[in-house]
Ligand binder design. Structure first.
Ligand code: G6P
Length: 602
């Protein structure tokens, strides 16, 4: 995820770009840059790290007077967060900023290199500016050159391009990544999200996929696959805080709704036709490895537990999962044939980081699954897979968890193929299911409304048991953790088959059991476990595609043909349940008491 802004007008351009980027910094902050064209001349500034570094670097730069400008804040996907890899990317006389991933960039790059073009960065984006300039050199008019360029791109993009070949013009295109055009009195703005332009502009047009065009003072031309289009603007919200939440009441709610989109980002360029590839992994990382140890805290630990079921069952690799704070002091016996995998949303959790250092000292190779590039855990690891969830603001993790689980599922296919444990048919079956995951994560309006109504019955009682079996046991743990974190009600996650060995003694009408009852995995087993609880008068909320007559409440999920699709859908249900209960109790959903988003102390 990255943030982009653009501006055409006579005001101080640097300020407009930097203030706009500030609002988009949540979309990525490992480097930032701006490029301005005024009096027909291009100038640019880039800096690694947060936006304040760029502000300092460009402190003496003045950019008043007519012209066009673009800016970018980066969340690295291809290439490390260095200044060379920061946007805007430069050609001989043009600059481009891009949010998304150009999937065919290698092919384009080879083609351009064969024509003598030299690349400065490791990014996919740089191909766009060179492609554009090649078309200009071939004699095309600037807009035709831009159109010919985007016609060659595959993947996701929101692109802004400026060039000395057409000063005062911004060329733009959108496919899969967000982009809007906003209109001020005399000025034209572009941004990934409206928070960047609120206060400057009153009206905006939100581009659709496949749209492109150009803007210059007093004129915006918009085109779609069917030709020229008219622009119908919408009024922009006046309230910035509300706009940041996109109209949702809480960031956590927004992030639950975002899961379907961010999981697509997680898969982008990695889930291929017949396999999973991680460009960021050197296959030698897995040489001599015959076991995996996963180490993490909190929600990330739960993702690890779910991943272990997948890795052992499908990739046939022994996999243990440990809580980092426990691992550190147990004098673990470690073998260099074990790959040490850390999972962390923030990449800064002290216990996880220290566990990683211990493993490294013991000579283990390490891989991190993390949401923040350049974080301590990523830097400390031999290799990293970024989860690409975008910044998560709600303290209770939702979309970060979804993307962690997705990465572990993808890693399973990657390793299962590598070690021959999975046949091409088995991989094809998993990939088919994987492609349906974004749909399983969509939040239906009726579902949310039903959970909202139902939640009023679950505001009291002496506790909740979330129960599930197999993969759904970690999900039960995570569902209980979500509820605890934001409702302050006591909740436990438990393996359903284990209830009879003790906890069933608690069963009475005031004990709420949230039963995860997928149809694709051990349905009859979990059904018997829930029947045992029902017979002892526990109040049952069943979550299942199949109606369950002993349930006091029932949330119907879709019939699916793969447990992971049921997993993701039930995950959304448990998240919404915690959210609605917390809201009814009047709690601060995004900043629950006593918690912190990143725990950098032991
Ligand atoms: C804190 C957060 C949790 C998170 C845990 C691990 O306790 O409140 O939401 O799961 O840390 O954080 P990490 O960043 O390592 O995933």
């Amino acid at each position: 995820m990255c943030g982009i802004v653009g501006y055409i007008g006579a005001q101080e351009k640097k300020k407009i770009l930097l203030d706009g980027l500030q609002e988009l910094e949540y979309r990525g902050y490992d480097s930032a840059g701006i490029a301005v064209i005024s009096d027909g001349k291009l100038q640019h500034f880039k800096a690694v790290g947060k936006l304040k570094n760029l502000r300092e670097k460009a402190a003496d730069f003045r950019s008043e007077g007519p012209g066009a400008a673009i800016g970018h804040t980066r969340w690295a996907t291809h290439g490390k967060p260095t200044e060379l890899n920061a946007h805007p990317h430069v050609g001989a006389f043009s600059y481009v900023v891009h949010n998304g991933i150009i999937e065919n960039y290698r092919e384009l790059k080879e083609e351009l290199e064969a024509e003598g073009v030299r690349f400065l960065s490791q990014t996919d984006t740089e191909t766009v500016v060179h492609l554009f300039e090649q078309k200009i050199k071939e004699g095309l008019e600037p807009f035709d050159a831009f159109k010919a360029t985007i016609d060659r791109l595959e993947g996701a993009y929101a692109i802004l391009l400026i060039s000395e070949a057409a000063p005062e013009t911004i060329f733009f295109a959108k496919n899969g990544s967000p982009l809007l055009i906003a209109f001020g009195a005399e000025e034209i703005y572009f941004a990934s999200s409206d928070t960047a332009v609120i206060g400057h502009a009153k009206e905006a047009y939100y581009l659709e996929d496949g749209e492109y065009g150009y803007a210059c003072p007093g004129e915006v031309k918009l085109f779609g696959p069917e030709g020229e289009k008219t622009i119908s603007t919408k009024p922009l919200p006046a309230d910035k805080a509300m706009a940041q939440k996109d109209g949702y009441r809480f960031f956590m709610e927004k992030e639950i709704y975002e899961q379907s989109t961010v999981i697509s980002d997680t898969m982008l360029g990695r889930v291929l036709e017949d396999r999973v590839e991680f460009e960021e992994l050197d296959p030698s990382l897995f040489e001599g490895i015959d076991a995996i140890k996963i180490c993490a805290c909190g929600t990330s630990y739960h993702a690890g537990l779910a991943g272990a079921y997948l890795l052992e069952r499908m990739a046939k690799i022994p996999c243990q999962v440990e809580i980092a704070s426990e691992f550190r002091y147990k004098d673990p016996l470690l073998s260099p044939r074990t790959l040490f995998v850390t999972i962390s949303q923030s990449g800064e959790t002290a216990d996880t980081l220290e566990a990683l250092k211990m493993a490294k000292r013991a000579g283990l190779k390490s891989l991190s699954i993390c949401n923040v590039d350049n974080s301590s855990i990523v830097r400390e690891s031999d290799a990293a897979i970024l989860t690409r969830a975008g910044i998560e603001k709600g303290v209770a993790s939702t979309k970060a968890f979804a993307t962690q689980v997705m990465v572990l599922w993808m890693l399973t296919l990657y390793l299962g193929r590598r070690n021959g444990a999975m046949t091409p048919e088995a991989i094809a079956h998993e990939l088919e299911a994987m492609r349906h995951a974004p749909r399983a994560l969509l939040v239906g309006e009726r579902l949310h409304e039903r959970i909202h109504r139902l939640s009023k019955r679950y505001l009291h009682g002496h506790g909740f048991f979330f129960i599930g079996r197999d993969l759904f046991f970690p999900l039960a743990l995570e569902g209980a953790l979500k509820l605890k974190e934001i409702s302050y009600l006591h909740a436990e996650g438990y393996p359903a088959g284990e209830m009879k060995h003790g906890p069933i003694a608690l069963a009475d009408a005031e004990l709420f059991t949230i039963a995860l009852m997928p149809k694709t995995l051990l349905y009859d087993k979990i059904k018997s476990n829930v029947e045992e609880l029902s017979a002892r008068d526990a109040t049952i909320l069943a979550i299942s595609p199949e109606a369950f007559e002993l349930a006091d409440d029932f949330i119907r999920t879709e019939e699916a043909d793969h447990p992971m699709l049921e997993f993701f859908e039930m995950m959304v249900v448990t998240q919404l349940l915690a959210l609605e209960i917390s809201i009814r109790l009047g709690n601060d959903v995004d900043m629950p008491r006593n918690l912190a988003k990143s725990v950098t102390v032991e």
